[in-house]
Design a binder for this molecule. Structure first.
Ligand SMILES: Cc1ncc(COP(=O)(O)O)c(C=O)c1O
Length: 453
């Protein structure tokens, strides 16, 4: 907001603030239900005492223009529809009733706290700036030939990139596939979205790890899916629960992040992988394998990837989803899906309807990156992430032993801490923020997922 009160005026500052909002509301620029800025932050922005903003809001409340509700701040009164000289549509109603669900309020709070550079942010789920391959990407941009990369992309993504990916997936994960079975997507997030839109329908039930990757949950609920939790322990998810969920709820698909799982850091054991494949094959339930972190093996480990898609031998059961976000840079927005060709064609068709395919220049950049810089960068990255994981574990050991227990992840980005005593989520987050650290809370990972239904 650019507006500022004028200290040289006779009118008290709090009244100027109240009048300012009054005119915004009357002119329809602030719609019923819309929030006014939080008192403390707004006072800081204006350079006035918080009590001045409190008095201004109290004056607005007295006129009935705004309402304050404990815990959700001050908003324009819902009764204000029709007060405006201009007839504005009920935007709030539109936004609340549309099929796409808003982000959980707690995630929004985390996001806004994350913009504060003075805080240590452990909730980002992305590489810190110093670990991004900036120099390599810059060099590739200079060298890049864009002669044939400015038209619309092939609906499945650039053939060159898909060929390169086949090579890459074989070397990095032991996954054998061909370009016909690959669709390039805008990050693996879009891959998950396309799977839900093209293969599932509102009301369908799915099983997924509890806890599960936080940003997949609202995506699935927006698609009208019913979500059921598959319990996870130190060896990953429990395959027997998949059978039970099928018997109880007829789940139609299972979503798993079996290697260095977000958020628990666990890896599904080989015996459970085989058991899961057997159960899903018998029940004919497809598995979506999210391999976002599978290449980030710490401790110089040469651990075999054991991707479900390779263990099965017949990829018709498993849809594999991958991305450059965790090993290179999330800003590239390059992800991919490997699936049976009929499924790929269906999703490519949907993607074309949505956005006419991928950005051709970035696909060429990703192609060159995978052909040249990727291996060296990954080695440096895993070396550095191993160091950082170790110092985090040491810090937990010296500072948090009485508070919580945690695991030692063998790969990926996540350390999952379980509190020894119950503390409310809001209280915990506020305490962390006040102490300069931002962490993500278990609740955003759908631990009480069946309530998502
Ligand atoms: C398990 C998992 N899957 C998918 C994604 C989506 O990542 P992107 O769309 O950047 O590939 C993330 C991002 O944090 C993730 O943790």
């Amino acid at each position: 907001m650019n507006w500022k009160p004028d200290a040289s005026m006779k009118e008290p500052i709090f009244r100027q603030i109240a009048k300012h909002f009054e005119s915004l509301i009357i002119e329809g620029k602030l719609a019923p239900g819309e929030p006014l800025p939080a008192e403390r932050k707004f006072a800081e922005e204006l350079g006035v005492n918080r009590s001045t903003v409190v008095s201004a809001y109290a004056e607005l409340r007295a006129t009935g223009l705004v309402q304050s509700v404990q815990g959700s701040g001050t908003r324009v009164s819902e009764r204000m529809w029709g007060v405006s000289a201009r007839k504005v549509p009920n935007w709030r109603q539109y936004t609340l009733e549309a099929s796409f669900r808003p982000t959980l309020p707690l995630i929004s709070k985390l996001r806004s706290a994350s913009t504060d550079p003075t805080k240590i942010n452990l909730a980002r789920g992305e590489l810190s700036e110093d670990l991004l391959p900036r120099r390599e990407v810059q060099e590739l941009l200079h060298r890049m030939n864009i002669d044939d990369s400015l038209g619309y992309s092939h609906p499945q993504g650039s053939l060159r990139l898909r060929e390169t990916l086949c090579d890459h997936l074989r070397k990095a994960n032991g996954i054998y596939t061909d370009p016909e079975h690959i669709l390039i997507t805008s990050g693996s997030q879009q891959a998950l979205h396309l799977i839900t839109q093209c293969l599932l329908a509102p009301g369908d039930a799915i099983g997924l790890e509890g806890p599960s990757y936080a940003y997949s949950l609202p995506l699935f609920s927006s698609a009208g899916l019913r979500l059921f939790r598959i319990p996870v322990d130190d060896d990953g998810l429990d395959p027997i629960s998949v059978k039970e969920l099928y018997q109880k709820h007829m789940i139609k698909m299972v979503f798993v992040n079996p290697t260095y799982q977000n958020p628990t850091g666990t890896t599904l054991s080989l015996s459970r992988r085989k058991q899961l494949l057997e159960i899903c094959e018998e029940l004919r339930i497809p598995i979506v394998e999210d391999g976002a972190y599978s290449e980030i093996r710490l401790d110089k480990s040469e651990a075999p990837s054991n991707a479900l898609v390779t263990l099965h031998g017949n990829s018709d059961l498993v849809i594999y989803v991958g991305s450059l976000s965790k090993t290179a840079a999330p800003g590239l927005r390059i992800g991919w899906v490997i699936a049976p060709s009929a499924v790929i064609r269906r999703m490519a068709d949907a993607k074309e309807q949505m956005d006419f395919g991928m950005n051709t220049v970035v696909q060429e950049l990703a192609n060159l990156y995978l052909r040249t810089g990727w291996r060296d960068h990954l080695q440096r990255l895993t070396r550095e992430l191993t160091k950082r994981r170790n110092s985090m574990l040491m810090s937990l050991q010296s500072n948090a032993e009485e508070l919580c227990v945690w695991n030692k992840p063998l790969g990926g980005y996540h350390i999952w801490c379980r509190l020894k005593h119950i503390i409310s989520d809001a209280e915990l987050l506020d305490a962390c923020i006040q102490n300069g650290v931002i962490v993500t809370l278990g609740i955003v990972y759908g631990l009480s997922m069946d309530s998502y239904v």
